[in-house]
Design a protein. Structure first.
Lengths: 330, 310
């Protein structure tokens, strides 16, 4: 560990696959004991960065240390310091949960006399004790994920890497997993490094790095990042968007329009709810709906890159949840 | 008494003590690392065997496959030789060591496909990101594949005692016992070939392709099915650079010791055919070549496995 309290230090890390620059000179530090999130769309370079930090990939250039160990020259020390939960499942389906944990305990040199105790501990934590003797092929997706998290903690790592920990899971299981993660941070004090492309998940993090096209474009706490957007976002739907756009510009010159082709009538405004009465009064074009929402990390991303993070697979559920959350907040 | 004892003690040199502590710490670390490497190897092996044992169709297939080769192919070809006129030819006896070698070849090499499965299903990452030395993992895989091949090998060795092969006798027992280490050696070398290839392959589909392209010539030129005698020079050359030919020759040398294959038969069409050699090369040469290719492919497998990226 370095003196300054950073458990991960990354300096100008680069990874090229032939001509493609997947990670482009990223620089960041992760403080001991925090939940650090990597947020970005698919293909932004999140997994590539994690793979370099966990020694699965050799960086093309740059340096990184984990727990004070260089990821290129001290691979084994790095490997012993970290727990991994990969994006794709990495359990042996043909083995039972206990056998998977036993395998892990042996390859991570967990002393024989504490193995049984540790296994019980982590199985209890993810509520899988009853199913420990069942083969993993009989598990649901959420149970597999929980088992993987349990496995990642079995050897008491200093840093737990979670690559898209809740991808493809139903909302209930996601909440469940997030409870574990936050509980873990509180009780064990371990550092958690996670990647996600779900905005609402990034809100759980102490600090977030927003990554796009292999570069970090912002790094701060979620609150600071959201404050940087400047005001609430008002989304307007009308029967004739072209006419409405003209009307908006003439009636309210200097509106801070969002540069999003799919949301042409979206703009930012301080105290958005107080602006709505002014907006709808005498508005010539017929309005279908008006919505106001506090800036989210989506908006942060949108502002910084001019595009939205496209969600795959579970996107509908994710969006529904996001809407539900906003409804609750306002 | 006491004083004299004290006098004999050398003055304590602090640098010397430090050095000793350092040395013992290094020795301890070395011991720990060695133990870890072995436990890593063991758990990788254990997992592969568990998976093999739990897969019932695979287990049954593994037991039945050598019997199919021996009975169907052996009996059929023996009959064929009678049609061609070699009525006294004991083809099944001749072919048995070849079947043993063939079983080792296919089971050993194909066992390495488990690496590709592990890659496909993500488990390989769990292994590669762990602090267990990759050489341990590669070794564990090789020993695991060799174990599976040996299970089949043992079944074949038991069949040796049946009358249609070499019959129940002390001599057969000695032969079977001698064949165990030789078969194991062969299977380790062959699994290493599989691991060396599988370690760097990304696609499941490519493996059987490469294997067939590579295994079939290896197999046909090994002398497992037919004696490597009287062949055209180019083919003889190819058999001479085929390591498996030495392996089969080695097995045949042991299994056919003192066994007459062609007897005092007159050959095909009534002419006296060339006499069958039971072993073409001296035993020491066979064993040296097999040990050599075993070591070479072990090193290649470990090297290839070590340099793959997740």
């Amino acid at each position: 560990m370095t003196d300054n309290g950073n458990i991960i230090e990354v300096d100008k890390l680069v990874k090229k696959f032939d001509e493609l620059v997947a990670v482009n000179e990223v620089v960041f530090n992760v403080e001991k004991g925090e939940i650090f999130g990597f947020l970005g769309p698919n293909g932004a370079g999140k997994t590539t960065t994690i793979n370099m930090l966990c020694t699965l990939l050799k960086p093309t250039a740059g340096n990184a240390t984990v727990n004070g160990w260089d990821v290129i020259n001290h691979r084994n020390e790095v490997r012993e310091s970290i727990g991994m939960v990969f994006q794709d499942p990495s359990l042996d389906d043909r083995l039972t949960a206990r056998e998977n944990l036993e395998f892990h305990a042996v390859v991570y040199h967990v002393p024989r006399d504490v193995r049984a105790k540790r296994m019980k501990e982590v199985l209890d934590m993810v509520s899988l004790t009853d199913r420990a003797e069942d083969r993993v092929e009989t598990y649901s997706g959420g149970m597999k994920r929980r088992l993987e998290i349990a496995r990642g903690l079995l050897h008491y790592p200093k840093v737990l890497f979670l690559d898209e920990p809740t991808i493809g899971l139903d909302p209930q299981t996601r909440n469940y997993i997030w409870e574990y993660i936050e509980d873990l941070k509180k009780r064990e004090g371990i550092t958690i490094f996670l990647t996600t492309h779900y905005m609402e998940e990034a809100e759980h993090c102490d600090r977030i790095a927003i990554i796009d096209l292999g570069k970090i474009i912002a790094l701060d706490t979620p609150e600071v990042l959201k404050d940087g957007v400047g005001g609430d976002v008002i989304k307007l739907k009308t029967e004739d968007d072209d006419a409405a756009l003209v009307e908006l510009h003439t009636k309210f010159p200097g509106l801070d329009m969002m540069q999003d082709p799919e949301c042409r009538l979206c703009f930012k405004k301080e105290k958005g709810e107080e602006f709505i009465p002014d907006l709808i009064r005498d508005f010539g074009t017929r309005i279908v709906s008006v919505s106001v929402h506090r800036p989210t990390l989506d908006d942060v991303f949108l502002q910084m890159t001019g595009k939205e993070i496209r969600e795959e697979g579970a996107s509908d559920i994710a969006n529904m949840r996001k809407m539900a959350k906003m409804g609750g907040r306002r | 008494m006491m004083d004299r004892h004290m006098d004999q003690l050398e003055p304590i040199d602090s640098i010397d003590v430090e050095k000793k502590i350092e040395e013992s710490a290094e020795a301890y670390l070395h011991r720990t690392n060695t133990r870890r490497a072995f436990t890593g190897l063991y758990i990788v092996w254990l997992r592969d065997i568990k998976r093999f044992w739990r897969d019932t169709p695979r287990r049954i297939g593994a037991f039945v496959q050598p019997l199919i080769y021996l009975f169907l192919l052996g009996t059929g070809l023996q009959a064929a030789f009678k049609v061609f006129g070699g009525s006294n030819v004991q083809y099944v006896k001749f072919m048995f060591p070849g079947i043993l070698g063939m079983t080792m070849l296919f089971t050993s090499v194909f066992s390495a496909i488990s690496i590709l499965w592990d890659r496909e299903f993500g488990f390989l990452k769990e292994v590669l990101v762990s602090p267990v030395p990759r050489s341990s993992v590669a070794f564990g895989k090789i020993i695991g594949g060799a174990t599976q091949a040996m299970m089949q090998g043992i079944i074949l060795l038991i069949l040796m005692f049946f009358p249609f092969l070499y019959g129940p006798s002390w001599e057969t027992l000695l032969k079977a016992l001698a064949l165990i280490p030789l078969t194991l050696l062969l299977s380790i070398g062959l699994t290493a070939i599989g691991v060396a290839i599988a370690a760097r392959m990304k696609s499941m589909e490519g493996f059987p392709m490469v294997m067939n392209l590579f295994l079939m010539p290896l197999f046909f030129l090994s002398g497992a099915m037919f004696p490597l005698q009287g062949l055209p020079p180019w083919m003889t050359f190819l058999t001479k650079i085929n390591p498996l030919a030495y392996g089969v020759d080695m097995l045949r040398g042991v299994a056919l010791k003192g066994v007459s294959i062609t007897g005092t038969t007159t050959g095909v069409m009534g002419k006296t055919g060339p006499q069958m050699q039971t072993q073409r090369y001296p035993m020491w040469l066979d064993i040296t070549v097999v040990v050599g290719f075993c070591i070479v492919f072990l090193l290649i497998a470990i090297w290839q496995f070590g340099r793959q990226e997740g």
